[in-house]
Design a binder for this molecule. Structure first.
Ligand code: ADP
Ligand code: MG
Length: 497
């Protein structure tokens, strides 16, 4: 491990900087916005509100750099990425602390876990250089027909704040290994961890391969999408922003990958071990991340025979969670990211409480440390008595709020699980082999599991159906499909002398 830099010193070093052409650039005349520690609501630093001109500069650097980067042989690109992985690993604790500071995620249960997943994902991509293979096509015996995979050019990447490092890896990893260069726009709420990781990587990567700027969505993000030299956009965020990105990109006719929201279903049959399923619901709802996950199982359909027992045990589990200072090793849950999200979640909780037949089961206790009194802590809430048609079961809340719905008929519950505009993830919990296989075929979602709910993994295609998005990420195939261009080459084997 490197000697650890304190988060405060790091923020001072990073604030009001972008990273372009290998260097941190101080944005002295540019507007900036405050970044908060959501556990105290203290401002920790300022991040640049990059304008069109800044986006333009970053893209130009990436464009120039790509001319050389595409010529570096693929294994060498992978080797450089692997050296980045080694360096990032040495700085993992520093990155985890910085992440907890700016996102409010608990260090032990979330930030360290994410840093390790981030590093793991980059390690996976570093090994994909020789997978950039083309084909030979038996088109005509007198012609040698082959396809090759070429980089697309400059990739624009836009990420949200909930798992900033992990999502950064799923965007920059495939782009860079395939010979593209990147301009990544961080999320307004969490710019520093991503910038620090990029700074470290830039001590190894050639200048201009990885550029990171901070800025808002409608101006800076849109400027990146519309820039003529950006040839691909990879985006993770809300459906609303994703639509706007897609519209803008359509003007340029460039490919877009969109990872958007979710309203994922978990279906629990009455033949399961209840404790195991309750543990599964706990993990699936990402309660330790305050439910701030697009694949969170926010609709939990439990068979009526075990419904009461399931609810009782899930409440017991949530009641002992320690919701407290994100930096404290003993905290299980930190706080929410921003006042905006906090208020949004509170509004949904109020709507739920005021709905007919609804019961709100609020679990756990809020911290009593006076230093945290302004912090954005929320007690997890389980709602019962709401139908799948209710607003809370149809709209993405992105907070620690789950709806438990009782079911009796298997076909009906599958229909209900599919009755949503989203289709990111789904799980079925049963010991009936036939039912499990039937369900995974019928569930309309991109990432479907039986008797578990693990998160996106390097090597496995991840992405939604319906409003949950377009295109896949995280796998070798998605790297090939979305970050390369397939060129067909035909050589006439006959002499023309
Ligand atoms: P949230 O509202 O939860 O923050 P968003 O989808 O608004 O989610 O933000 C995710 C990312 O998308 C952020 O980096 C944000 O700046 C960016 N973004 C938001 N709106 C747009 C837009 N219209 N065009 C491009 N990027 C956007
Ligand atoms: Mg938004």
């Amino acid at each position: 491990m490197e000697p650890e830099l304190s988060s405060v010193i790091l923020v001072k070093h990073l604030e009001r900087h972008n990273l372009m052409n290998g260097k941190l650039i101080f944005t002295k005349d540019q507007k900036s916005f405050p970044v908060y520690n959501p556990a105290t609501m203290d401002i920790i630093g300022e991040a640049p509100e990059s304008d069109f001109e800044t986006v333009h500069q970053a893209v130009e650097f990436a464009y120039e750099s790509q001319k050389n980067w595409r010529k570096v042989d693929a294994q060498k690109r992978g080797y450089l990425l692997l050296r980045c992985v080694d360096l990032l690993e040495k700085h993992s604790e520093e990155l985890a602390r910085l992440m907890s500071l700016e996102t409010g995620k608990a260090i032990r249960t979330e930030s360290r876990v994410e840093v390790s997943a981030f590093i793991n994902a980059l390690r996976f991509y570093s090994g994909l250089g020789l997978e950039l293979k083309g084909e030979t096509v038996p088109f005509n015996p007198d012609m040698l027909t082959i396809t090759i995979r070429e980089p697309v050019g400059v990739v624009g990447a836009i990420i949200p704040w909930n798992v900033p490092l992990l999502l950064m890896a799923f965007k920059i990893g495939p782009a860079i290994i395939a010979g593209n260069t990147v301009v990544l726009k961080s999320a307004e709420q969490a710019p520093f961890t991503v910038l620090r990781a990029a700074e470290l990587m830039n001590t190894i990567l050639p200048e201009g391969v990885l550029n990171v700027i901070s800025g808002d969505g409608p101006n800076c993000g849109a400027a990146l999408v519309t820039h003529p030299k950006v040839k691909k956009i990879t985006f993770t965020g809300s459906v609303e922003a994703g639509r706007s990105v897609y519209q803008l990109a359509s003007e340029k006719l460039i490919p877009v990958t969109l990872e958007l929201g979710g309203k994922s279903a978990m279906i629990v049959s009455d033949d399961v071990n209840i404790d195991r399923a309750v543990d599964g619901a706990f993990a699936s709802m990402r309660f330790t991340r305050q439910g701030q996950s697009c694949s969170a199982a926010s609709r939990i359909f439990v068979h009526e025979n075990i419904f009461d027992e399931f609810l009782k045990r899930l409440k017991q589990k949530l009641n002992v969670l320690k919701i407290d200072d994100p930096m404290d090793e003993t905290s299980d849950v930190g706080c929410m990211i921003s006042s905006e999200q906090y208020e949004r979640v509170q509004r949904y909780i109020e709507i739920g409480k005021n709905s007919q037949n609804a019961e709100a089961h609020e679990c756990g206790v809020l911290p009593n440390d006076p230093n945290l009194k302004k912090g954005l802590f929320v007690r997890p809430v389980l709602f019962t008595g709401l139908s799948n048609q209710h607003q809370l079961c149809q709209e993405e809340i992105f907070g620690p709020v789950a709806c438990l719905i009782s079911w009796r008929d298997y076909d009906e519950v599958i229909d209900q699980a599919n009755d949503t505009n989203y289709g990111l993830a789904a799980t079925i919990w049963t010991n009936d082999f036939h039912r499990a296989l039937d369900a995974v075929h019928r569930l309309e979602a991109g990432f479907v599991q039986i008797n578990q709910n693990i998160v996106v993994q390097p090597g496995l295609s991840y992405g939604g159906m319906k409003n949950s998005g377009l295109g896949k990420e995280a796998s070798t195939e998605s790297m090939l499909e979305h970050f390369t261009h397939k060129k067909t080459i035909i050589a006439n084997l006959k002499s023309i002398k």
